[in-house]
Design a protein around this ligand. Structure first.
Ligand SMILES: [Zn+2]
Length: 421
C-alpha cells in the first residue's frame, strides 16, 4: 500500500473527537423500509462501515421509485427491494454484513429484533410505524422513526420509557385518524364503512402475500370485490374503485432532497444513539469528551425534529412521555390487571380475543397497542415474548396484561436419523 495513504478508509471520520470505529463495526441496525429515505440511510451506514445491516421491505421496485431510490436501476423493476439493496450495498462496502427480509414487518421473527442495537423506521405508513414503535418499546431497543411528505420531513427518537413514543399523546395526522381503528376492526366487526376497506387490504395481503399494486387493474378489481363483500355483509354502501384506492393505497408525494436531508439526520441520530448506548465501551478519552459534551448540552438527541424544505427551517422539540400511554406506560401499573387465559397452542387469535372479551367484558381490543393482526393469526406464531401478551381495550384505553397458559405442549421436531448403509 502507498505510504501516503491513510491506514483506514474511515480515517476522516475516525479523526472526530468522540468517534470509535469499533462501536460502528460491532453494531447491528435494522432498517425497516428500503424506499426513498431507507435506501439513503442504508447507503450512509454502509459507507460509514456499520457492522451488520438488516433490511426489511416487502415491496418490489417500481418505475416511480427510480428518481430517488439510488440503490435501484431500471433493470430491477419488479424485483424485491430488500434483495437488490443488499447486493448494491455489498458492492459499496464489502466489509458490511447485510441480511435481507422481503416480508411484512409483522411477520419478521422476534429473534431478528433481539439481535439489533437500534431500529430505524423508514416506512411510509402510519400503522407500520406504530408496529415498530410498540415492538421497540417492548424489546427496549432505541427506535429512530422518520417520515416525509412532499416538502416536509420529521424524525422521532424513541427510547423506551425515557422519551415520548409515537403513541404518546401525539395525535395522528387528521387524514389517518380513522385508520387507527383498523387493528380492532381486523379482529372484530367493522364499526364504520371504512373498516371494510382496511379489512380488504389485509385480506388481500393474506391471500397473495403481497401489497396490491395500484397500477394493476386486476389487483384493484380484486380489492374492491373483497371490500364490497365486507360492506354488503355489514350493511354498508359499496365502494367504487377510485374511492377504495384513496382510502387504502394513498401514495404520498415525495421529494429526493427531503429524503436526503431526513435520511442524513436519521443516520446521524442512529450513530449518536450507538455512541450513547455504548458509552462505556468507548476509549477513556472519547468517553470523557462525550461526557463533557453532554454536560455542557452540546450533545443531545432531540426527541422530535421537523424539517421544512419550503422555509429551509429545522425545528426540534422535546416531547413529554404520556404517563397513560397505552404502548409505553410502565408495566408495573398494569400488572395488577394480569389476567390468565387457558388456550390451545394452535388456537386462532380470534379465539383469544373472544375469551378476553368474555372474561373482561370488553367490546374492542387491540394487541400491542395499534398493531395490525390478522383474525386468522395463530397464537403460537404471534407470541414470541415467552407466554405473555399485552392487550388493550380501545374502548377505554386501558391496558391489560394477559398471561397465556397453553393447554397443549409445543411439539419438538424429531431429528432425522441417517440410514446406515
Ligand atoms: Zn408512549
Amino acid at each position: 500500500m502507498n505510504q501516503d495513504l491513510p491506514s483506514s478508509k474511515y480515517d476522516r471520520q475516525e479523526r472526530l473527537l468522540i468517534w470509535d470505529q469499533k462501536i460502528i463495526e460491532n453494531s447491528t441496525i435494522l432498517i425497516a423500509g428500503v424506499g426513498g429515505t431507507g435506501s439513503e440511510v442504508c447507503k450512509n451506514l454502509t459507507l460509514m462501515g456499520i457492522g451488520h445491516l438488516i433490511l426489511v421491505d416487502v415491496d418490489t421496485i417500481e418505475f416511480s421509485n427510480l428518481n430517488r431510490q439510488l440503490l435501484f436501476q431500471e433493470e430491477d423493476i419488479g424485483k424485491k427491494k430488500a434483495e437488490i439493496a443488499k447486493g448494491r450495498l455489498c458492492d459499496l462496502n464489502p466489509s458490511v454484513k447485510v441480511e435481507d427480509y422481503s416480508i411484512l414487518l409483522q411477520n419478521l421473527p422476534q429473534s431478528v429484533f433481539e439481535k439489533v442495537d437500534i431500529i430505524a423506521g423508514c416506512v411510509d405508513n402510519y400503522l407500520a410505524r406504530q408496529y415498530l414503535n410498540s415492538i421497540a418499546i417492548e424489546m427496549n431497543k432505541p427506535f429512530v422513526d422518520s417520515a416525509t411528505e412532499g416538502f416536509l420531513g420529521q424524525i422521532q427518537y424513541v427510547k423506551a420509557r425515557e422519551t415520548a413514543c409515537l403513541a404518546c399523546d401525539n395525535p395522528p395526522p387528521p387524514d389517518e385518524t380513522r385508520n387507527l381503528s383498523a387493528p380492532c376492526t381486523l379482529v372484530g366487526k367493522p364499526r364504520i364503512r371504512e373498516h371494510c376497506a382496511w379489512k380488504a387490504l389485509y385480506d388481500f395481503n393474506e391471500l397473495l402475500n403481497r401489497e396490491p399494486n395500484d397500477s394493476s387493474s386486476s389487483d384493484i378489481l380484486k380489492l374492491t370485490k373483497i371490500a364490497n363483500q365486507h360492506a354488503k355483509k355489514n350493511n354498508f354502501a359499496v365502494f367504487d374503485k377510485k374511492e377504495l384506492l384513496q382510502l387504502v393505497l394513498f401514495h404520498v408525494p415525495s421529494l429526493i432532497t427531503v429524503n436526503a436531508v431526513i435520511s442524513g439526520f436519521q443516520s446521524q441520530e442512529i450513530i449518536k444513539g450507538l455512541f450513547l448506548e455504548q458509552k462505556l465501551a468507548l476509549p477513556e478519552k472519547e468517553r470523557n469528551t462525550l461526557e463533557n459534551l453532554i454536560s455542557s448540552q452540546r450533545f443531545s438527541i432531540p426527541s422530535y425534529l421537523i424539517y421544512s424544505a419550503l422555509s429551509g427551517t429545522i425545528t426540534t422539540f422535546d416531547l413529554t412521555p404520556d404517563l397513560d400511554c397505552m404502548v409505553c406506560k410502565k408495566p408495573d401499573s398494569s400488572l395488577k390487571h394480569l389476567l390468565e387465559v387457558n388456550i390451545d397452542r394452535k388456537a386462532s387469535f380470534k379465539v383469544l380475543i373472544d375469551k378476553f372479551r368474555m372474561k373482561n367484558g370488553k367490546e374492542y381490543v387491540a394487541f400491542r397497542g395499534n398493531t395490525l393482526l390478522p383474525e386468522e393469526g395463530i397464537i403460537e406464531k404471534l407470541i414470541s415474548d415467552k407466554d405473555r401478551v399485552t392487550l388493550s381495550s380501545l374502548h377505554d384505553k386501558e391496558e391489560i396484561r394477559i398471561k397465556i397458559i397453553f393447554t397443549t405442549k409445543k411439539r419438538k421436531r424429531k431429528k432425522k436419523r441417517r440410514k446406515r448403509t
